[in-house]
Design a protein around this ligand. Structure first.
Ligand code: PMP
Length: 405
């Protein structure tokens, strides 16, 4: 039981939540502080590629352009010129018109997930999601005590009946966190059609869209829905989450939700009691960066480095980790998902041994809605340079040899 300084206890349900929730994200941030430690755990971009000079100029321009308005409380749904910009960007992406009533700006995509929990989940509600799935979503929704059912994108895949019994479906079709997997277009279209038939919300979380190494990402389900329902304001079941965290920088904390005007209104009300408003200053800076087309300048070079890092990690892993693990080379995103070759290899056991070798990954159990997976691990390849990744793979192999022979 967690007590405050005066000895008063937090409420029992919060304490239960704490005991189930991972502080693993905080642990991983702390590891970054020890230079001899190689953390391949956090889902972090590489800070050396952040466009610092462009951000400084954008901040100057934003303050000259908007003055005190950039330092005010703002509208709950975000700085209007940035909302309009995001509406245009998403209209171009999806090939249909979204107006600002379809857009809520959030503090990263993470806040979108939290608000969705606030608006949609009652205790015992069913969520259909990929297994494994994004730990941030699991943690955001845990206090609301939903139950989970695995999402099968395959053919025939999750049935309409299963979707009918669910409050919503949650998926990361582009280069998922944690697996890096890309869902084929026909599977996306099939899921969308079933969600429409079942009258279920479809939460599409798309942070990794900009990080494509081989070939293209598929069309979003939001775009596919547009193709099915031409004309009129978007009023479909997709709740799409976007972010600037991977294409520009995570520290701006700028994300957005695209959904039907009714859903946007509900999420906006929920946001009001969370933070009054996002920072207008970061919205104004983000607008300057986007108007200067920073992603066109910045993303291709960064993606080139990330591709090189992915290749370095996968080549090193073939030489070092192949006796214990197998994996597929991801075509985008930030992660390689390694699966144990047999049941004697436990990634929870390996984790403690790896920390002694001063290397870290994320054990698969963290991403498992049931919390029982001991056969997988997630390795990030974007944060560290190729040489560091090679050394990280070598250290992991030392730990694996020691633990499993
Ligand atoms: N969804 C997924 C699948 C993610 O991997 C992340 C970031 N790791 C987020 C949402 C949150 O991103 P943001 O920085 O935009 O809050």
């Amino acid at each position: 039981m967690l007590n405050n300084e005066r000895g008063a206890a937090v409420r029992p349900s919060f304490s239960r939540w704490l005991s189930q929730t991972n502080d693993i994200t905080q642990q991983f941030m702390a590891m970054g502080v020890d230079p001899s430690f190689i953390s391949m755990a956090g889902g972090l971009p590489a800070a050396e590629f952040y466009p610092v000079a462009a951000a400084a100029e954008a901040a100057d321009r934003a303050l000259s352009r908007w003055g005190a308005a950039a330092l005010e409380y703002g509208p709950v749904d975000g700085f209007m010129p940035l909302r309009a910009h995001i509406a245009d960007r998403m209209s171009r992406m999806a090939g249909r018109h979204f107006d600002t009533s379809n857009v809520l700006l959030t503090v990263g995509a993470m806040q979108g997930l939290d608000l969705i929990g606030k608006v949609l989940i009652d205790e015992g509600d069913r969520i259909v999601t990929q297994y494994p799935t994004y730990v941030g979503a699991l943690d955001a929704w845990r206090p609301r005590q939903p139950v989970y059912t695995p999402l099968d994108w395959g053919k025939p895949g999750t049935s309409v009946e299963t979707l009918r019994s669910a409050k919503f479906v949650y998926g990361v079709p582009n280069y998922s966190n944690p697996t890096g997997a890309l869902v084929p277009t026909p599977a996306r279209a099939a899921l969308l059609e079933k969600a429409l038939e079942a009258d279920t919300w479809l939460v599409e979380d798309d942070p990794y869209l900009p990080l494509q190494y081989d070939g293209d990402a598929g069309p979003s389900m939001l775009a596919l829905d547009g193709a099915m329902m031409p004309g009129g304001p978007y009023n479909g079941p997709v709740i799409y989450l976007g972010t600037l965290s991977k294409s520009i920088v995570p520290g701006l904390r700028v994300g957005w939700v695209i959904a039907s005007p009714d859903m946007i209104a509900a999420l906006t009300l929920a946001k009001q009691s969370t933070d009054i408003s996002s920072s207008m200053l970061t919205h104004a800076v983000a607008l300057e960066l986007l108007e200067a087309d920073i992603e066109k300048v910045h993303v291709p070079g960064m993606v080139g480095h990330y591709r090189e890092r992915r290749d370095a990690l996968c080549a090193a892993a073939l030489e070092t980790l192949a006796p214990w693990f197998e994996w597929q080379v991801p075509s985008g995103g930030m992660f390689v998902w390694m699966k144990a070759r047999n049941s004697t290899i436990d990634t929870g056991v390996l984790y403690a041994r790896a920390l002694r070798e001063k290397v870290a990954y994320v054990p698969g159990s963290v991403f498992d809605p049931a919390g029982v997976d001991t056969s997988s691990m997630r390795i990030n390849f974007t944060r560290n340079a190729p040489d560091v990744l090679r050394e990280g793979a070598r250290r992991l192999a030392v730990a694996a040899k020691d633990a499993f022979g």
